[in-house]
Design a protein around this ligand. Structure first.
Ligand code: HEM
Length: 309
């Protein structure tokens, strides 16, 4: 029964899609982290610009990686629609970009990534750069679902895109912000005696947001899962359903480490070795998160039983 669906799990673009999600998450997370810094930084005003600059650098690197992923994805899409015996021509690339809905979605994703890159580059020096960053984040969350299943969602493309965008926003607010927090706070407080206090305050501000965004991502994930599988039985009999089960298993690991960070590591922050403990356990949570995103990168390209029923 479990071997009923022989669909191959991986395609040429699986790795590119994974890189795309792994890059998009900190693009979103660095912007959310900047809001946390602004809200909590009144006790240490000199630290705020330092943390903001770090967050902008994290966002900049992530936006650069997102652009590379988008170019790779375009190449692979054009390759898939061209004659494999001939070298890829600009004509092939133009055909994909101009004459397919995938190409229109890609264009928007590319524009959003450029906007994020410019916004983060400016935000490293000027506060006004953050306005571009927030616009780019919203634009990216809107555009990302346009090249996937969302446009064929059983409840219609508009609802499908909305649910995808919100699922993506919630997931990236959770894990992307955690990634941006770690990548910004540790280097910005290197050798600073306030590291433990700064970290404790930021993590305490992040925790309720993490709980709400993780809960929202899970709830919307269940909605997507049930609708795309078109019922319960396909979850166990199709490659799509089984890949989703792998994703849910990985999510279990992320949730356990997240719960451990919340209940055990967070209350001990503020004094040594709190920061050191958090670095270890939060990195474990993020590594499992990247595996969850790898399962997602497989999932989004598989045929789903609930589409076109
Ligand atoms: C019970 C939990 C979850 C389930 C059942 C679930 C299921 C799904 C499904 C069915 C899709 C649509 C795939 C497609 O396009 O065919 C999806 C997309 C996605 N999920 Fe989840 N998910 C869950 C939790 C999460 C969490 C916690 C995260 C991140 C932290 C996440 C990240 C994503 C991402 C990045 C996408 C791709 C969105 C897009 O490209 O439009 N998911 N998920």
């Amino acid at each position: 029964m479990l071997l009923q669906d022989p669909t191959p799990l991986l395609d040429a673009a699986t790795g590119a899609r994974w890189l795309g999600y792994v890059s998009l998450f900190p693009v979103v997370g660095a912007a959310v982290f900047r809001i946390l810094v602004r809200r909590t930084g009144s006790g240490w005003p000199d630290m705020v610009p330092r943390l903001e600059r770090r967050a902008a650098a994290v966002g900049l690197v992530a936006a650069g990686a997102l652009l590379i992923e988008l170019l790779l994805k375009l190449y692979l899409q054009a390759r898939a629609f061209s004659d494999p015996t001939l070298p890829l021509s600009m004509e092939d690339v133009h055909t994909v970009l101009r004459h397919t809905s995938w190409g229109s979605g890609w264009h928007l994703q590319f524009m959003a990534a450029i906007l994020a890159l410019v916004g983060y580059a400016l935000a490293r020096r000027w506060t006004s750069g953050w306005i571009l960053v927030f616009a780019a984040v919203l634009f990216s969350l809107f555009a990302t679902p346009l090249t996937g299943h969302a446009t064929e969602h059983p409840w219609g493309p508009r609802i499908g895109q909305l649910v995808h965008s919100l699922h993506l926003a919630a997931g990236s607010t959770w894990l992307g912000t955690l990634a941006a927090l770690l990548a910004s706070v540790y280097p910005a407080t290197l050798g600073d005696p306030r590291r433990e206090q700064v970290l404790a305050k930021l993590v305490n501000a992040f925790s309720p947001l993490a709980l709400v965004s993780a809960g929202t991502a899970v709830a919307l994930g269940l909605v997507l899962g049930l609708t795309y599988n078109g019922g319960i039985s396909a979850i166990f009999t199709t490659a799509y359903g089984r890949t989703m089960l792998v994703k849910v298993g990985l999510l279990g690991g992320v949730l356990v480490t997240g719960w451990y960070n919340w209940k055990r590591v967070r209350p001990a922050l503020g004094a040594e070795p709190g920061a050191e403990r958090l670095a270890r356990s939060a990195v474990a949570e993020l590594v499992l998160g990247t595996l969850l995103l790898a399962a997602t990168a497989v999932l989004v390209a598989l045929p789903a039983a609930g589409i076109g029923e």
